[in-house]
Design a protein. Structure first.
Length: 475
């Protein structure tokens, strides 16, 4: 495409946006919505998904959906703006707070009171820090929060009661997770410090014996004496028993090999359960990959963990609360919040298939999804807040039947949702996408996020962990 063609397309897109805003001002919301949706792909291609122009179009669409009382769509559109990587550079602080306020109002209107309360509470805290307690916007947020609490005091009390009456084992598990995070952080910091300078054994011995006052000349004389006396030479009478105990892999790994610390003792497993590593206190472990079990010896060298068998060695990187193998597959320690999110995804999948067998279709709106109440509600393992899965999008049927291109397009969208993209979401949150009509029948993708807000990975490189439901069964 030539420069002139791009310029003409930019001008045409800007004119379409201006026309859509005129339709909104004249009250023609349906026509404005169709026009926005028809040009949104062009805006993304021309300006970028993280551009101010794209975000403004999403906000305009959210305002239209809010006026039409389609609050689930408002939530989906606003959250796309909130997770934009460069949002701090394209919006002012007050504009960002205003976007979060739109999200809180949508939560309240969709009867998701707990989410609305949490969003307003966090928003009030941020607004007081950024704008000040006397700012009119801060006062408006505070007024909305107080009003929400007065109107829904019973629901909010019941939510707090659910949190307070959680089992002691769940609370202990959460406390253990926090301790493991702190332990892993300390070990990572210690490892970085130790890598800066690692003295050899002779230097350590000299420092311990003589202190730092020893001179270079005296150190040279002492080392020469050791060499002459043979103290630094390897012994010539190693027994066969000693040779057997020395593994070739351990020799290659260097002198920093050590037994695994307490934070590495336990079961590590991938989200899909295909890969796992179970480490005992004595450093012995069992490595499983696709059902093939191998007895290994587990040792650690800085941030790397070695699982060594008689004929192979597997290298893992110690990252946060997980181990990452050479293929990039991540294994989470038993009790990690990510594994709790995986269990929520499985439970939601079972409930959705039961819903399909009863009604002949999957839920098509956030209200229908939340009508299942405790069957899909869950406690976020990071903050112990009561949450519902979020229905992010429904691929709509345009007519009584779909063309082959429409089938292929729906299948392509479903396939892209299974990829490990850079999409960000609520940490340890769960979301689902519904494709009522595709080449495989009515299809649902249920997926979630880790504690950083990135898509949960699976053991297959380039894929995220998700459960695919088709016509009442798991695909």
């Amino acid at each position: 495409m030539s420069f002139e063609d791009i310029t003409r397309q930019l001008e045409a897109t800007d004119r379409s946006i201006d026309r859509a805003r005129e339709l909104v001002q004249s009250g023609q919301l349906n026509r404005a919505q169709k026009l926005y949706r028809s040009i949104l792909n062009d805006v993304v291609e021309l300006y970028g998904a993280d551009s101010l122009k794209t975000c403004n179009c999403l906000i305009d669409l959210a305002d239209i959906a809010y006026a039409q009382e389609r609050y689930a769509e408002v939530i989906m559109l606003v959250e796309q703006v909130i997770v934009t990587d460069n949002r701090a550079s394209i919006f002012t602080a007050e504009q960002l707070l205003s976007v979060h306020f739109k999200l809180a109002r949508a939560f309240e209107k969709s009867n998701n009171i707990n989410e609305a309360y949490g969003t307003l509470r966090d928003l009030l805290e941020q607004s007081e820090k950024v704008l000040g307690p006397s700012n009119p916007f801060t006062a408006r947020v505070k007024e909305s929060l107080v009003s929400l609490c007065k109107r829904n005091s019973r629901k909010l009390r019941s939510a707090e009661k659910v949190i307070e009456t959680m089992s002691e084992s769940r609370q202990a598990q959460f406390s253990t997770n926090q301790k493991m995070k702190a332990s892993f952080a300390r070990e990572s910091a210690n490892h970085r410090a130790s890598r800066a300078y690692v003295p050899d054994g002779a230097t350590v011995a000299l420092r311990r014996t003589w202190g730092r006052s020893i001179t270079l000349a005296s150190a040279f004389v002492l080392c020469l004496g050791f060499l002459i006396s043979g103290l630094l030479q390897p012994t010539l009478h190693d027994t066969d028993k000693d040779k057997k105990r020395t593994s070739a892999f351990e020799a290659n790994a260097g002198p920093s090999l050590s037994a695994p610390p307490a934070s590495l003792v336990g079961l590590f497993v991938s989200t899909d359960g295909i890969k796992s590593l179970n480490v005992a206190d004595n450093g012995q472990g069992v490595l499983s990959d696709g059902g093939v079990r191998t007895d290994v010896k587990v040792t650690r060298a800085g941030a790397e963990v070695y699982a060594t068998s008689d004929d192979s060695r597997h290298i893992f990187r110690n990252v946060d609360q997980s181990l990452v193998d050479e293929s990039g597959a991540r294994l989470y320690k038993d009790g990690a919040p990510e594994l709790a999110t995986v269990q929520v995804i499985k439970n939601v999948a079972v409930t959705l298939n039961r819903y399909y067998r009863t009604y002949g279709r999957y839920p098509q709106s956030q209200a229908e999804l939340q009508s299942l109440r405790e069957y899909v509600a869950y406690m976020n393992p990071l903050n112990d807040r009561a949450c519902f899965p979020r229905l992010m999008n429904v691929i709509e049927k345009r007519g009584s039947s779909m063309t082959l291109d429409e089938y292929n397009n729906a299948s392509m969208i479903v396939g892209s949702l299974m990829n490990q993209s850079g999409t960000m979401g609520e940490p340890c949150g769960v979301e689902l996408y519904v494709s009522p009509y595709s080449s495989s029948g009515e299809t649902v993708i249920v997926r979630g996020y880790d504690h950083t807000g990135s898509l949960l990975p699976c053991s297959t490189p380039g894929r995220c962990y998700c459960v695919v439901l088709t016509a009442g069964s798991v695909r």
